[in-house]
Design a protein. Sequence first.
Length: 236
Amino acid sequence: MSNYNFIAVIPARKGSKRLKNKNILLLNSQPLISYTIASAKKSKYISDIIVSTDSIEILNIAKEYGINENSLRDEKYASSTSKTIDTILYEIDKRGLKNKKNVIVLLQPTSPFRTEKDIDNAIETFLEKKSSVVSVVKVDQHPNFMRKVDETGKLNFFMDNIEDHARTQDLEEVYVCNGAIYINEVDLLTDSTDFNKNDYAYIMDAPSSIDIDNYSDFQFAEFMLMQKNNLETEDV
């Protein structure tokens, strides 16, 4: 299908400041991380899946969902200050994956609505562009209409040289990284790699881009999943 080996890495440490144990919280009776594992397994391009964790519980959940070739991450790479790139490089080194043919597909477990179709389409963007890819979503609030407040309380434009009278329909569309998919060639990764600065965008819709970072996000995800299930039931 291609000359590359696409390896999914799912980073899932046990600690979380904003939402305790978020990677294993039950969303519709399934651990949050299971949605990402399932979408990776259904991808037609992913050849291997690595769940990188410092938690035996998460390791066991991964095994329940068919991911057996895993071992605990070194504690050095499991603190709240650990950088994702350091974890990825650690996994690459530990598993001997430094090869020009290997491509890392980073899938964060906090994006449960990212599907195998999204993964495959993002990979096809990588194959077309021959360069790194990051998933993005269109922002609802354009930076033109955002303001910042300085230490004196004065209100200023968020961006410089912006005309306040610009109409929404006249502005170009703006996107933000949604945290769902990052694709990078292993051979080009360094400790200074910033995944959010990958070269090309794969655009996802807003519902698929839900990223669970706090309890409000989790409640919204539960609501969206309930709505999705209700629609599917009505179609039967």
